[in-house]
Design a protein. Sequence first.
Length: 222
Amino acid sequence: MDKEELDSLLHDVEELKRAVRRNNPFLREVVSTRYFPGLGLPYGLLIIVYCVVAQALVGHYGSMSAVPASWKLAAWIVFGFFAVVGAIAKWVHLARRARSVAGGAGFVTMLRAVYSGYWLHLTLPAILCMYLVPVAAILAGHPWYIVPGVAIFWSFLCNGFGLIVQRPEYLATGWYALVTSLVSVFFLEATPFVWLAIIWGGALLVIGVVGIATQERRRDPA
């Protein structure tokens, strides 16, 4: 590596440090709230209950294909409803929180902070893979591999975000999702709903429990 390449590398490193310093205070203040841990707990429990009911139906009828279409449709409607409501509630809260931290900030400001700059080099590949995994799994005839496949790339986002904002709940959730997803690929198709509950229900419980616990410690130094 010659001097010109070394200087260019050092410049890139300094730019990365400056970007992190610029984004950290704003992002840290925006995510420093009990809202996400508080949302994680009920949604984690909801996924677990959903999976227990679904697994019971499969056990009762003998297979997923034997479950009546009305039950399948109802299950998808309930799951889709809570997913959409949760996503909307999350971004509405983020926009409000951003405005309380910085007067002119809002939804677009949050998007720029989370999905731009050097951070984009982690978020964009992970998000692309999260969209491509379901397509590949369905085409391969193994749709249940969507569950760990998406969770693995989501774990990269959680860990990266945890490092940026220096919050342990995101790091704990990222590692939990990664480890459980890797373990699940050996057993997934035998009990898919069990692993759906373990991976996604468990991940939301982790972010809720760790987030609330660490926030309580920060409020009470003793």
